[in-house]
Design a binder for this molecule. Sequence first.
Ligand code: PMP
Length: 313
Amino acid sequence: METAELIWQNGELVPWDEAKTHVLSHGLHYGTGVFEGIRCYATERGPAVFRHREHLERLEKSAELYYLKLPFTAEELREATHELIRRNGLDSCYIRPLAYRGYGNLGLYATDAPIDVVVAAFPWGVYLGEEGTRHGIRARVSSWRGISGESLIPHAKATGQYLNSVLAKTEATAAGYDEAILLDTHGRVSEGSGENVFVVRDGVICTPPHTAAILDGITRNSVVQIATDLGYPIEERDIARAELYLADEVFLTGTAAELVPVREVDDHPLGEPGEITRVVQAKLQDALHGRAEEYLEWLDFVEVPTGRITPAA
Ligand code: PMP
């Protein structure tokens, strides 16, 4: 991975290689952590964090759902992230805040152990590759079902829950596919291993509802808004597995991946990215990079010395 100079750890900026934790930290053993994946983009007005507040709100909610009391407010984390971006001299980057139960008690009921919080910001290109973003990726329906709300909390972005995503992604990659799509425990389409799913049929854009054990994706929410504003009919509804094969277009959305067309599911060809996918993808790109006036409110601009602003990509 590409590194940066500093990491913010429990209120201090420390050199990248010195951001360490105790091997008996609770989160390392039981997955008792919550995190976010956020992106900052180079814009004409300098670096801008996309939907920063929404991501930090989700972090707070994930923490609350797993009984983790965050020792920093969302505003403190926001300011820390701005400082980190400035001090690392980054224009565009991926941002990874993580809060986990730390060292002090290895029992399962460990509310007396501290909560450690880190924020890292470093360069990271689109998760599923430039080629995939342009021409589409090959997806496979996972043999693993997505986690259920009966055992865990799909709405929380919690570290331990990602064992499910790791199983699905590893299986798909080992079989030669780019990404896994998981079904929920009822066999309905749920989400990708790290993305939400959209299916276009007969001009209607469909995406699984919250009851399909999805993470309430911030890119998903942005795409629903963009598609609505562009006048496309959009429905949140249950999606059957076969609809992935019968679809006119399928795409995935996530902070790391942005909007990625799917050109094949389980070896059923869907072809090159369709028109709706391309139009929504282009508008999302405009929004991310500060080129869409109507979505500027989604950007949290980072104040940097004026000499440092590099032209937007
Ligand atoms: N589902 C899962 C399981 C994810 O990990 C992600 C990435 N955070 C998403 C969906 C997409 O969410 P967002 O658009 O907020 O990144």
